[in-house]
Write a protein that binds this ligand. Sequence first.
Ligand SMILES: [Zn+2]
Length: 475
Amino acid sequence: MVAVWVGAATALAFAVAGREKGPIPEETVLAAEKLREQAQRGGRADEWVRRLTDEVGPRLTGSAGDQLAGPWSASLMKSLGFTNVRLEPVRARSWMRLKESAEVIAPSRQPLVLTALGGSVSTPEGGIEAPVVAVPSLAALGELVANDPEYCRGKIVFFNQRMTRGREEMSGYGTSVPVRLHGAARAARAGAAAVLIRSIGTSNNRYAHTGQLRYENEASKIPAAALSNPDADLLERLVAGSHPVRVRLEIQTRSLEEVETANVVGEIPGRGAPEEIVVLSGHIDSWDLGTGAIDDGAGCALAIESARLIGEMPRKPLRTLRVVLFANEENGLAGGTEYAKRHASEIARHVAAIEADSGTGRPVGIGWNGGASGRPIMRALSELLVPLSAQKTFEGGYGGADLSPLGPTDLPLFGLRQDVSTYFDFHHTANDTFDKIEPVALRKATAALAVWAYVMADLPAPFPRGRLEKKQGEK
Ligand SMILES: [Zn+2]
């Protein structure tokens, strides 16, 4: 053990000597390295997710869990020594699923596993029964309807687009999610009675993935639901056969005009420039089906735990760390929008913001968007993340959905990037539960987030502001 320690210390000394002239001061590097080890040894993010999912449960905007989540998170942050802990009220629309079922009526008769998409309207009482037409994509819908304006009329349109699995890339999600967002509105314009989509998810288990849809004012609102992948496979085979396929679908939902929820805020004050703020964030709301362990209990826990670890350091960073747990990310983004509005006058005193909203996987790097002259800092930061194998940097984007309302400002925005190999097996399903949390990977992710936060809050001058041009061909 002693030999190992001496080896590590020697390697550390060389590493520090090599970085002395870099953009991150030596004392900051040493503190960040210590933090990195402590997070991996004693990180407690998994404990915060366990408690959130067990003691609060699902947290869809307006639900009992959502109402409890604010005070619960505030009291956790207070107990961990955060200051200025508060709830900032957010008005948001809420929606609730009451009943959902479907079955194939012809050519065989069997139940389908599905779940209503967030925001879906109800079917008439007793449901609807209609013939099914399969459409491979949104683009294909346009062509089919151009050839035959009656193609969808009175039918259940089945969007059968398959999501591809990624490891360090979210692009599979990015390319398939427009079907969930816009499928119902597009099919409604073509006269469809209802929409079924293949789940935007990679699991071959029989779980359906929910998620928000977007109706359009000029199109009528038709009910929409996602089939589990095995049920979408069944429907795909049936539709490919020679017999007409009919499905009965019943969905009952309720939309409430507006409810009050809250962003939860807590701080670790800086030692030298406490008025300057580094935001660490996740979103506290979740879908209703599971308990929101990976989406985004994990991200909230990462933000809280990395700030807590920094708060325990003998040498606090110069600036204040502000943990923000956003409300209503899943079905409205009212929390992120409200934060940008309420804090507009102090964005000049914000120096950086990051969001963790990619689950429980090991960290792979940091996405960022700021001034191009920040590249040398990102390179030096990336070196500090090498021992975590999290040294990749991804240029462009807006850090995370909740930070996107800050996109029009020049505030540098960051996103913690994690391995998402299995994330979309559980995302937005009843299977997003605490057992999916990977404690070792989560501790590594805590370490990466803590190193990022310490460096951003302790740089002699704030990270350069501005926006990078997106690289060509990048999503
Ligand atoms: Zn999320």
